[in-house]
Design a protein around this ligand. Structure first.
Ligand code: GSY
Length: 181
């Protein structure tokens, strides 16, 4: 089954958290395709928190939606995620956005993700992977300015980073270490 996951980080080594999460999906033997990575202004939560790196991954998986949720939660825990503040900074977020042929309104596993169509940090990378899954009018419906959503790099092959733009303190894989690090 085809599933789309929203992946983000705004705490610690953000590039490393994304790479580790993607590697954790690859070992499941799920074909993984990753969107470009965007740096995005935090939506909700304390104003003092830093920007996120966000991307979307498409996987081809035999896991059930609930098994996939378990994997997503395990990857978040392995990244040291502590669920303290609902909209607060986080080392890693792995959200199930869409799962082929499946919908659910269970609060623990709501699919499609209940807020995905209001979030530019989801819609922009999802559009890069699968434009047909994104409403054509989202650019006018969802307020986005250039500073709140910038494409900053791509994760290649075994998740080598090729980044553009500024690295942030704590990041390993930004342009400070150059392409291919
Ligand atoms: O559910 C996603 C976590 N999250 C994010 C995020 O990933 N990116 C941005 N830009 N803002 C966010 N607010 C929350 S909560």
């Amino acid at each position: 089954m085809e599933a789309y996951l929203g992946i983000g980080s705004n705490l610690g080594d953000r590039w490393a958290h994304l790479r580790t999460a993607l590697a954790g999906l690859v070992v499941l033997d799920a074909g993984v395709v990753v969107s470009p990575v965007y740096e995005t202004a935090p939506v909700g939560g304390p104003a003092s928190q830093g920007p996120h790196l966000n991307c979307v991954a498409r996987i081809d998986t035999e896991l059930s939606p609930r098994e996939l949720l378990g994997i997503a939660q395990r990857l978040e825990a392995e990244a040291g995620r502590v669920r303290e503040e609902r909209w607060g900074p986080r080392t890693l977020d792995v959200d199930i956005l869409l799962y082929e042929g499946f919908t659910s309104d269970d609060p623990e596993l709501t699919v499609p993700h209940p807020r995905m169509y209001e979030r530019a940090f989801v819609l922009a990378p999802l559009e890069d992977l699968a434009a047909s899954l994104v409403p054509g009018d989202w650019h006018t419906r969802v307020a986005v300015d250039r500073d709140s959503l910038r494409r900053v790099g791509v994760l290649l092959g075994p998740f080598t980073t090729v980044a553009a733009g500024r690295a942030r303190h704590g990041d390993s894989g930004g342009p400070a270490s150059g392409p291919g690090c």
